[in-house]
Design a protein around this ligand. Sequence first.
Ligand code: NDP
Length: 353
Amino acid sequence: TRVLLTGGSGFLAAHVLETLLKKGHSVVTTVRSQGKADKIKEAFPGYDGRLDFTIVEDIAQPNAFDNAVISDPPFEAIIHTASPFHFNVTDIQKVESSPPEIKKQLTNSKDLLDPAMNGTLSILRATQKSAPTVKTVVLTSSFAAVSNFAKGAWPEHTYTEDEWNPMTVEDALSNPARGYTGSKALAEKAAWDFMQKEKPSFTLTTILPTLVFGPIFPGLHSLESMNTSNALMYGITKGMAKQKIPDLGGYCFVDVREVALGHVRAMELPTAANQRFLFSAGQYNNRLIVNIIRENFPEYHAVLPDSTVEGGDFPAGGTFQIGNAKSKEILGIQYRSLEDTVVDTVKSFQKAA
Ligand code: NDP
């Protein structure tokens, strides 16, 4: 299949790219600069005839994807992963003196909401307008688009694909953490609204991962600019949990390799059309991560907390579960254990050092 993959330099997208190439698909990936294209080429040698690049500098711009969706031979599928995943909202400093309402709008809106929502809508619109051969679009959403954060740990609850994060634009503009989760929920909602209103000739499938851990590609990803979801695990190997283990960043995790395979299977399997898929391998906490690193990597013993150090446990009452049956039954995903994920992730940090 001829595929357009957005944001190929990202942590997840690099795994999607590898999976696509290994399965024999032909891929054009968007990147922000030629420098990033060169790095990807180096990281995936030997695919010259099946790997190409298009520069899309900023997905927040209206019509960002108008040219990218056009190709010869034409695309049959699109996988849209690019979206900002960080909590560093740079504009905050610039607008410190503005009235509160203006301040909120100038920050999360420009740095998080605009790229997520405009990026999603502009790729759907461009596909409808200029890429009539595309049969399927797969969009990376997030568990954030399902989660009801107001419910907290909600131990008696198991989330499913039928639920929606009830956040409004107003909520999303209230702080950077909410800006990210809101950006994902609102972008996915906008995509399904587009499908309902426009009834385009392609199908949509959305992938909703929980916190994604997993190996980085040495050469492509650097330790200094570690992706957000691996950052805490990397911090643990650098001694940041020695005095206190940080409490949770999420409650459930999934390995990046399962999420990448899920995107590709969703693209390949007609049974996945017009559906949402939660991706979760199960629950984790930072104490379990510390223990796995201790058991498998003696070289980190000096920087790890000893067993008397507090923090990193599950909340006393337990936490919610996330249903992953659909991803197993329809996409055939088999989830690996937290131990396998942590060991492979830490090994990748060592290779990148
Ligand atoms: P990364 O930060 O590694 O990747 C994000 C990608 O999006 C990068 O390629 C980045 O390009 C690109 N991007 C961001 N903003 C823009 C912009 N304005 N214009 C052009 N490109 C842009 O994060 P992940 O790989 O973790 O995230 C990939 C996807 O997975 C996102 O949609 C994220 O929301 C989703 N997700 C991730 C989870 C996780 O735990 N990692 C959990 C659930 C969902 P560049 O690097 O050049 O800035």
